[in-house]
Design a protein around this ligand. Structure first.
Ligand SMILES: Cc1cc2nc3c(=O)[nH]c(=O)nc-3n(C[C@H](O)[C@H](O)[C@H](O)COP(=O)(O)OP(=O)(O)OC[C@H]3O[C@@H](n4cnc5c(N)ncnc54)[C@H](O)[C@@H]3O)c2cc1C
Length: 293
């Protein structure tokens, strides 16, 4: 299938792209990797009159790590994050989770900005960013603004991004020492979007007790769901299979997934419990041997 006719612009500077967005408004769409946008245009689910292709804005492609934060530019490709040694050292959750996104062909084109802006509730990246307490920076001709993932993701494929904004970067705070991570998902076939996915981050104190824990689920709502109600019961305790199971068995009280052709609501709840236990346990084990500083 072929897309409807569109005008095509290839700015090389961010300001140029922002000017084009101001000029064409709702008629325009940003194109990054095109891995979601092009299929939607080919199926005529999207019919933008103007495409602003930002692939030539090389300033938006970077991975930077300083003492407190990892910053990843919006045009950075999935594979670059997956293969980055810096990322695997300071934020191994991202290295692990990137491998779950589609197939290598998708990851060679798909971008951080595109995946986050697309806001698919079963996409891995939004779930990882919510787990990691990341922020998202948006640029417009008025300047920059930074929002939390909670503020950014509103519902299914709907974000707080204004029509004249471009997602320029995500920022991830560096985790403390003795922090472990894990992500896992249930898919019908390898490389598919997950039916349910779960990610966890667990930090231990010097005695080995849990001092902080985050659990985030995807595929159970229109946005990534962080379940503090479930992890608060872990704080101050040594990691323990039974305790983790007890806390995760509460998950059904806090989520209300929609049934669809892939899974009933009850099945999604069951999967959530199973995968939450799995990632919390693995993250706890990894925290006890973590050398992440
Ligand atoms: C066969 C297949 C399997 C896939 N499997 C998975 C999977 O398992 N998990 C997963 O997470 N994804 C999966 N994807 C999607 C893939 O990860 C996409 O790359 C990603 O969702 C979109 O990134 P992109 O750079 O290609 O964005 P594009 O397709 O270029 O854009 C997507 C949307 O975001 C907007 N946009 C893009 N960049 C920006 C920006 N910087 N600022 C503002 N708006 C922007 C566009 O206007 C568009 O609305 C799959 C795709 C395919 C084709």
């Amino acid at each position: 299938m072929k897309p409807a006719v569109f005008e095509y612009h290839t700015p090389t500077e961010l300001n140029e792209a922002l000017d084009l967005l101001e000029e064409f408004g709702f008629d325009a769409k940003i194109m990054s990797g095109g891995q979601s946008l092009i299929p939607m245009m080919n199926m005529r689910l999207a019919r933008p009159k103007v495409i602003i292709d930002i692939n030539n804005i090389s300033d938006l492609n970077y991975i930077r790590v300083n003492d407190s934060v990892v910053q990843i530019g919006g045009m950075t490709r999935h594979y670059q994050v997956e293969e980055s040694e810096k990322i695997s050292q300071v934020c191994p959750l991202l290295s692990e989770g990137m491998k779950l996104i589609g197939h290598s062909q998708i990851r060679s084109r798909g971008t951080i900005g595109g995946s986050v802006a697309h806001a698919d509730p079963t996409a891995e990246l939004p779930v990882m960013l919510a787990t990691l307490g990341a922020t998202i920076t948006l640029a417009s001709s008025d300047g920059l603004r930074t929002v939390t993932t909670d503020e950014f993701f509103i519902t299914y494929m709907t974000t707080a991004m204004e029509m004249n904004e471009i997602l320029v970067s995500v920022e991830i705070p560096l985790p403390p020492k003795r922090t472990g991570f894990a992500i896992d998902e249930f898919t019908l076939r390898k490389g598919d979007f997950g039916i349910v996915l779960a990610a966890a981050m667990v930090t231990l104190d010097e005695e080995g007790k849990i001092s902080a824990a985050t659990l985030c689920l995807g595929g159970v709502d229109g946005v990534p769901v962080v379940l503090e109600e479930v992890t608060e019961g872990l704080i101050g305790h040594f990691p323990d299979d039974e305790l983790i199971s007890e806390c995760c068995n509460l998950i059904g009280e806090f989520i209300d997934p929609e049934p669809d052709v892939h899974a009933s609501a009850e099945y999604r709840k069951d999967l959530s419990i199973t995968y939450a236990k799995r990632v919390l346990l693995l993250a706890s084990n990894r925290a006890s041997i973590s050398e992440v500083k």
